[in-house]
Each structure stands twice: as structure tokens, then as C-alpha cells.
Ligand binder design. Sequence first.
Ligand code: P61
Length: 460
Amino acid sequence: MKTRTLAEPYKIKMVEPIKMTTREYRAQKIREAGYNTFLLKSEDVYIDLLTDSGTSAMSDWQWSGMMLGDEAYAGARNFYNLEKAVQEIYGFKYIVPTHQGRAAEHITSQIRIKPGQYVPMNMYFTTTREHAERAGGIFYDCIIDEAHDPQNTHPFKGNVDITKLQKLVDDAPAGAQSIAYLSIAQCVNMAGGQPFSMANLREVSAWAKKYNLPIIFDATRAMENCYFIQQREAGYANKPAREILREMMSYAEGMTISSKKDNLVNIGGFLATNNEWFFTKAKEMVVVFEGLHTYGGLAGRDMEAIARGIREMVDDDYIASRVRQVEYLGKQLIDAGVPVVVPIGGHAVLLDAKRFVPHIPQDQFPAQALAAALYVDSGVRSMERGIVSAGRDPKTGENRKPKLELVRLTIPRRVYTNLHMDVVAESCIALYEARNKIKGLKMVYEPEMLRFFQARFEEL
Ligand code: P61
């Protein structure tokens, strides 16, 4: 029997008009932007799939909460609303707000990493690794090998490979003491939004307990991971995503988060933990870098929007419709034979540039070139997630050459309709048919840190 169509569990109350542009105009704009989609003006973009970060549409309930901002310097009512939401939904006792996710990563890394210690992560994320390295930590990739293969259809490509963790403990000079903590992310961003399973988390947690190693989540996209567990993992089909989240969080000692994703707001983040020592140290540090521990760089109204977003994100109808829209776009590309990362992830569809433009060698930045070409074709803005994003090895200074050379089409939450997705799919398909015309790039300006944000290129 054909399943019935399910539409979005919300309706549109306010719209933001988009400017239409011509191909010639866009060709000029991408040249002016040094072929870097981060350097385009948003006004020149038709459908903005650069990121799902801070780009969500807030609900009327969140917006009305913003009018109830208590802008006192200390002890704002909204902080306590946020604290209560985190305690009830995530289950952590202590919370320190920050202006966004990387600030929580900075504080966590500085407090918890001793120079020379390893920080295993299930694949790197740019800011998470940067902050770990700035604290003297050494990144160690402990994700399963399948995650590095865009064509592997493993349902939980975000899983941790425990044999890799064991090898690290066995080989490291001081064994488990050489490890600061396990930094585990849900719906692994750089792998294409790939989830881990609860079974894997349970095993990782049991292993970590043996060595007295804490797990600290990067819970930026935890909710989307919970949806996949509900859909794919035995024993979870009838569990509300909200309960799945509570179980997941119970395996960790704490979390950092960019609230700009799961939490459905335009700005904010926090760290949360059950460890009183960590909380006390984080409170000491947040006043130096962010603001008092009851606002951490956020306005009272922002904290209210996060508190309400946290309560909205656990709605099963919402989270299903969010992930299904990503799948809707992905399926069209798969059906047309366009090379994408499979399975389709929770927040994005990723074009596999190595197969899309195989005539462009990796040192000519194939994903960067493809992202630029997509913008010129249709005004769709995407993001390079390949050799430019991977940066240079801090020891050798050489380019890191990641196996994954991807262009990320990231879907903002509650923002675009499926017709927008159709336009994106059409453009990707047209581009794939004319792929031989896409040329490689050379980098003409390279920033020292997180170079992908501001690097500039010229066409070869
Ligand atoms: C993104 F090109 N993500 O995906 P902040 N952890 C995780 C994230 O996805 C994340 C942060 C921590 C962004 C924004 C962004 O290389 C880039 O609130 C899993 O952005 O500080 C952010 O949270 C950091 C885009 C960040 C990038 C870094 O689009």
C-alpha cells in the first residue's frame, strides 16, 4: 500500500522575499568573491544552502518569547528558563551559556585538555579540532572506516570504532591517561550528517568506563540522530524521540552545543554537564571570554528563544518532517544518478566531488570549484567540505588530503519548501550533465586558520 503524504507540521505566517538574478550577474559575483561561497553577499543568493547554522525559521512561540527577554546583567529570568529546559530535555544539571558552539568548545578544551593529550573524535569538525589543537591536544579519528567512503551504505556511519580507541590506549605513552576525553558527535557533520546507533554508544560508554574516560558530546545535531535511531534501530521504533535523547545523553558526562542547529535559533550555544568541578571551572572561564555565567554572551531574549527551541525540537512530527525534507532532495539526486554521499544524512545532501568532477585533481580544489559552478548555474549557495576545509597539518604544514571531497547542500530548518528542493535538484542534475565544463581552481589567498572561510581562488 502506498504510504500517505505527510506535509510539514506548521504553516507560514511571514515571508522573506528573495532577489532573482541572472547567470551573467552570478558569474561576476562569484569571481568577485574569489570563488568562495562564504564571501558572497546573501542578497545575491537565490536558495541558501550554505549552512543550517543559525538559519532556522523560529516559531511564533519562540518569537513571542523574545519579547519577554529579561535584559538584566545578572540572573535573568530567561537563563533559568533555559536551565530548566536543558535539565528536563537533555538531563544535565549544570549549564553555562555561550554566544555559540565554538565558544563552548573553547572553554571545554582549555579546561579539559592537557598539552600532548589525545582527543579522539568520530571524525573531525573544523572548530572542535581547532580548539582541541589550540589547547595542545592531538586529534585522533576514531570513526568507523565506512564513514570515509561516500558510497558505503552502512546505516550508522557515525559509529565509533572501539578497536581504534583500544589501539590508542595500547600505543599511547601513558595509556588511557594520554586521553583527555572522548569527543563524540551525533549526526557527524563532515561525514554527511551520519548518525551513530545507541548500541554503539552503549559499547563505547562501557569501554570508556573501564578506563575512567568521560564522554563529552558535541550535541549540535543530537535530535536528528535520535530520529535515525527511531527509524533504523531495533527496539526504538515506538519510542518518542524525546526519550531517545534522554537515554543518549545519560551516557555522557557533558555536552557542548551550537544551538544554531537542533535548538532552532539564530544565535547561541552552551555547555552542560553533571560534573560539578567542570561546571565551576567553566563558570570561571566564561566570564573572561563570553560574559557572566547567567548570560554567556547572549541577550535574555536569545536565551528564551533557545529554551523554547529545545522544547520544540523534541516534537516527533517536527523532527520527522525536518529529516524527510533532506531525504526528499537526496532521493531526487540519487534517482538521477548524481553522485552523492549515501545514506542521505540528517541535515544535508553532499555531492561527491571526486566522482562528480573526476577530471579535477584534488589539489585543484574540485569541491570548491563545484560549489562555485552550482552558484553560477542557479544561485544555489552550498559549501566546500573537502581539501580546503581540511586545512594543513599543524606539524608538517602539508595540506591534509581528506578522502571525502564534498559539496554540502545544507537544508535550513523550517525555511524552504519542497519546490525549492526541486529547483536545487534540477540545477545539480543539469550541472552533472555538463560537468566537463567545470574547471579547477588555484588558491591565491590562504588564511592561516580555518582557511575555508576567507580563502580566495581564481579559475585555472
Ligand atoms: C555548519 F564551515 N557548524 O555546519 P558554532 N560542532 C558542529 C558544528 O556543525 C558547528 C560547531 C560545532 C556550522 C557553522 C560552521 O567550518 C565551519 O555555533 C558539529 O558555529 O560556533 C558549526 O558551532 C560550531 C561552518 C562552523 C563552517 C565551522 O555550517
